[in-house]
Design a protein around this ligand. Structure first.
Ligand SMILES: O=C(O)CCC(=O)C(=O)O
Length: 333
């Protein structure tokens, strides 16, 4: 579901749906015979070749994203999703910052390096085939994760361009993209991804630092800039079914809200770089970016600690109720 830029929506034009191209795919089967001392064995190997059609490439180039329906079958996705749902979250958690209130495992990170069903999905060649065709160049995965967006309390992702993080790690250009594989039904009701079409052509926009729920230093595009971007670009809510895959440019502005619905909204995000876009000054760039972020986190943690210690001290040292506004007169001496 897309909302047109405000200037175009003035004539009460209805919101348009995202147009999706039919999947372009063929399955190739190779059959061979192997003779051993036990006899002749037949082997068949099936693999899918996926093609990007012109309408998809044009949509990606002009809008910054394209939704490929049914890249994976419902069965393939169910296999990965059910495997993950059956795991002990504490075994997959790498640090407590990957959990959230009410959600023991909110992010399952670096999944392209594991051999379980989620890792197999993330590294499936159909993703890189499409990514490489969209970028007209070989791509490779350099990062990946599953965002759980749990039912009732999955957390917000403020609007940002992914490239704001990658640039700081030394990637010279934004010739990068992500593939979001939908593991659950995905719509407005369970905190769908929102994108501002065409913003990938805006260059790197100014972001503001903020501290997230877990005290991590993050970056967001401030509301005043979003107002302006919305006027020009409008907004699209991505609606998808399990097995669909959204390919989006690293400079596309995107975000999603808290999921307070009863429906989980799990996605697997595969982040890819083009082969020619090799990061420079690694690990210096990544290290200094880490230091900047960690310094901001420590500074904010100290500020909060100071505030809370003072709050505690005031209450311990007073006969009066000192916080928890409103303090009704019955609670005052
Ligand atoms: O899951 C989402 O809605 C957004 C994911 C995202 O932007 C991120 O993890 O960087």
């Amino acid at each position: 579901m897309c909302r047109q830029p405000q200037s175009e929506a003035l004539g009460n034009r209805p919101a348009e749906s995202v147009k999706c191209s039919p999947a372009q795919c063929c399955v190739v089967s190779i059959r061979w015979l192997r003779q051993t001392s036990h006899g002749v064995h037949h082997h068949t190997y099936h693999f899918a070749i996926v093609y990007v059609v012109t309408v998809e490439r044009n949509h990606f180039e002009s809008q910054g994203f394209v939704l490929r329906k049914s890249l994976f079958s419902a069965t393939e996705v169910a296999h990965a999703r059910d495997w993950l749902s059956s795991q002990d979250p504490s075994k997959l958690l790498k640090t407590w910052t990957e959990s959230e209130p009410g959600v023991p495992l909110a992010i399952y990170s670096v999944v392209h390096e594991v051999t379980n069903p989620i890792g197999q999905l993330a590294t499936d060649s159909r993703i890189s085939m499409i990514a490489s065709q969209l970028m007209s160049e070989e791509t490779y995965i350099w990062s990946s994760k599953v965002n759980m967006k749990a039912a009732w309390c999955g957390a917000v992702e403020y609007y940002h361009q992914d490239f704001v993080y990658w640039r700081d790690r030394g990637y010279p250009s934004d010739r990068m993209l992500s593939c979001m594989v939908f593991l659950d039904s995905h719509s407005l009701r369970n905190a769908a991804l929102h994108v501002l079409p065409g913003t990938h052509l805006s260059g790197l926009l100014a972001h503001e630092p903020f501290t997230n729920l877990n005290g991590l230093s993050k970056l967001m595009i401030p509301p005043q800039s979003l107002d302006r971007l919305y006027e020009t670009h409008g907004i699209c809510v991505i609606e998808a079914e399990p097995g669909d895959a959204l390919f989006f440019h690293t400079s596309l502005v995107h975000g999603s809200s808290h999921n307070i619905s009863p429906h989980r909204r799990m996605i697997c995000l595969v982040q890819m770089n083009t082969r020619s876009n090799q990061p420079t000054a690694v690990p210096t760039a990544a290290k200094s970016s880490n230091i900047r972020r960690a310094e901001a986190e420590v500074k904010e943690a100290r500020r909060r600690l100071q505030y809370f210690e003072e709050k505690l001290r005031r209450q311990l040292g007073s006969e009066e109720v000192t916080f928890g506004a409103p303090i009704p007169k019955e609670e005052r001496h």
